[in-house]
Structure formats: structure tokens, C-alpha cells
Design a protein around this ligand. Structure first.
Ligand code: FES
Ligand SMILES: [Fe+2]
Length: 355
């Protein structure tokens, strides 16, 4: 095995995540000439820029297993730090400096993954995603100002952190006097959860918030939540007649117990608010959530509903767990039916002779 990760790869949660798109960096973090190491689902990856865009490969060189992220990018090719072998963006080895007069080996020595850039973020899939990256409803709407927040690094499971994002009944306690009043917590009225090709959507959930958005004013906030894929969630929050506060969250499962939360906030009010004012509220809220989510055990989100207690206000969380379980089972069924054992070729040696 090339990589050691902590993930239980037979788990339904892992199965539900593998064929999805995950955010691994902001596009501007991937600089010319410098490979960037990132981690996804217990695997080390390297991001690097070539003439046609960003590449996402396993952080591994098939010569002696060194990490490519310790190397550099020269003339649009990535150079391994150990013996200087160079690879083109197609994954072909194009140079073995110790043997300049010989043809470089043709064997597969590097492992590219699917990668795409969207919303200023780098998205990677370790498997075969069924569709495109999720739509961010306000991205092309010029009446909404967009602000990047985070990434927030939690020593916690990504699915636990998404469920926390979808939870309205924690506001008065975790975000006391900000998103709720601890002396007078809202009773959560029953709401609907709809399931469709675009994931989960709720009807409106209404709560009182003493400091409900970046303006620092009391509001009655009406939330509509969406879950587009297991680690991409979104809400639009109405805090006035026309004011909308939207958040597009991507919780990257770096490891079973390590999540990286990338946020884009979209608001159509407060033109006079500075970016610092907006970020300070976001940072405060996600720091408050961090201590709770990091405390949750087991780390992994239980997909068997009998393992934790649920009440009516947890309906979205219950549907989220059911949906994840169904996605994991569907992925498992596909894997089970398509696995074929390939016989080893007669000469399975990967060596190249330079005699
Ligand atoms: S390990 Fe990469 S060139 Fe030798
Ligand atoms: Fe929260």
C-alpha cells in the first residue's frame, strides 16, 4: 500500500465521501514553482501548477517513494527532491538526471487525481464523481458581496462539523448572545426536509438572534439549509425584508479526525462593512463551534440512528445521517459489482535497465 491513512476504508462514511469533490486549497495558495502538500481522506497529495492549470497527484514518486511536494516545479514539470526525476503534467517521466542519454522509464510512477478550479477554490476527487462541483447560488449574482473565511482547522471529523453547521438548536448555547439568547432559547418549530437530486433542503427555520449578522443588530433570522453533497452545505438566512446572509461551507475530510473548513460568505447588505468586520464575526462563530465539535465522541458521525438520541428539532441531522448512509451503501454496491481481479502480467517488474 502506498499510503497509510487513519480512515476505515470499509466504512459507509468513507464510501460516501470518496467519489465526491473536496476543496483542498484556495487557488491563490498554489504558486508557480512551489508544490503544495495537502491531505484528503487520509492521503497525502501534492498540488502544483503546470502550463494548463493546477495538478493534484498523490504525493509520491514511484522511483523510491519520496514526497514530490518537497521538490520544485521547473519549466512546467515537477522535479522530485530525491534524484531529480522530472514529470510532465501528463504524468510521464521525462528526465532521469543520472542517465541523461537514456530514454526515461515509461512505467506509471505518479498518480494524478481529478482536479478542477471553481469559486477560487481547488476541488479534488480521489474517485469518480458523478457530477460537477456543487453550484454556489449567489456566485454570479453581482448584488452579493463574497468574502472568503477560514480555512478553519478542526481536530474533528468533517461530517460532525457539517452537522454542526446544519444545527439551529445549538445557537443560544454555543453562540450565546450572538446567534441566540441563552436565557430564552428559541423553541424550534417543526420544519420539513426535502430530498432530491441536489441533496437535502429544508423549509424555513426561524430563530431570534441578538447579533444575527455582521451589522451587530438583533434580528429574527429565517434559515433555509441545503446540503449539496456530504461535505458541502449552505444556508441562506433572511435577516430583513431583502437582506440575505448566505454561507457556502466546504468541510474537507483531511483525516478521520481532522477537518479543514473553507467558507464563502455572500451578503447583499452592509456595503460599508469592512472585510475585517465580516471576518471577525465568522472567526468568532467558528471558534465557538470548534471546541464543541472537537469534543464529540466518537469522532466519526454515527450513521446508525440508534447510536445517539434524536428529537424533532434534529430532523435535518437525522435526514443527513440517513442520506449519508444511503450514499455509502450505493457506493458499496457499485464497488462490489465492478471489482475485477486483473491477472498480473507475465513480467510485472517495473525495473528499467540502464546497463
Ligand atoms: S525518489 Fe523520486 S527521483 Fe528518486
Ligand atoms: Fe455553530
Amino acid at each position: 500500500m502506498i499510503y497509510g491513512g487513519k480512515w476505515d476504508r470499509d466504512g459507509l462514511d468513507y464510501k460516501a465521501l470518496r467519489n465526491r469533490w473536496h476543496v483542498v486549497a484556495r487557488v491563490d495558495e498554489v504558486r508557480d514553482g512551489t508544490p503544495l502538500p495537502v491531505r484528503l481522506l487520509g492521503e497525502d497529495l501534492v498540488l502544483w501548477r503546470s502550463p494548463t492549470g493546477i495538478n493534484a497527484w498523490k504525493d509520491y514518486c514511484g522511483h523510491r517513494g519520496a514526497k514530490l511536494s518537497l521538490g520544485c516545479v521547473r519549466n512546467g514539470e515537477i522535479e522530485c527532491p530525491y534524484h531529480g526525476w522530472r514529470y510532465s503534467e501528463s504524468g510521464q517521466c521525462v528526465k532521469v538526471p543520472a542517465h541523461p542519454d537514456h530514454e526515461p522509464p515509461q512505467q506509471r510512477l505518479v498518480y494524478p487525481h481529478r482536479v478542477t478550479e471553481r469559486y477560487g477554490l481547488v476541488w479534488v476527487s480521489l474517485g469518480q464523481p458523478e457530477g460537477d462541483v456543487p453550484a454556489f447560488p449567489e456566485w454570479d449574482d453581482q448584488s452579493f458581496r463574497k468574502v472568503y473565511a477560514g480555512p478553519y482547522r478542526y481536530r474533528a471529523n468533517a461530517l460532525r462539523s457539517v452537522e454542526n453547521f446544519l444545527d439551529a438548536s445549538h445557537f443560544p448555547f454555543v453562540h450565546a448572545n450572538l446567534n441566540g439568547d441563552p436565557e430564552n432559547p428559541d423553541s424550534i418549530a417543526d420544519y420539513e426536509v426535502f430530498k432530491g437530486p441536489q441533496g437535502l433542503t429544508t423549509s424555513e427555520i426561524s430563530v431570534f438572534q441578538p447579533y444575527g449578522d455582521h451589522r451587530g443588530i438583533p434580528v429574527t433570522a429565517r434559515y433555509t439549509y441545503h446540503v449539496f453533497q456530504p461535505t458541502t452545505a449552505y444556508f441562506t438566512k433572511k435577516t430583513g425584508v431583502t437582506e440575505r446572509f448566505c454561507t457556502f461551507l466546504n468541510a474537507t475530510p483531511a483525516d478521520e479526525d481532522e477537518a479543514v473548513l473553507y467558507l464563502i460568505v455572500a451578503i447583499n447588505f452592509g456595503a460599508d462593512l469592512t472585510e475585517e468586520q465580516i471576518l471577525s464575526r465568522q472567526d468568532r462563530v467558528f471558534e465557538q463551534d470548534r471546541r464543541i465539535v472537537e469534543s464529540q465522541r466518537p469522532y466519526r458521525l454515527p450513521l446508525d440512528l440508534r447510536e445517539e438520541m434524536h428529537v424533532r428539532s434534529d430532523r435535518l441531522a437525522v435526514e443527513y445521517r440517513r442520506w449519508l448512509r444511503a450514499l455509502g451503501e450505493a457506493a458499496l454496491a457499485v464497488n462490489t459489482t465492478t471489482i475485477t481481479i486483473q491477472p498480473a502480467p507475465a513480467d510485472s517488474s517495473r525495473s528499467t535497465s540502464y546497463a
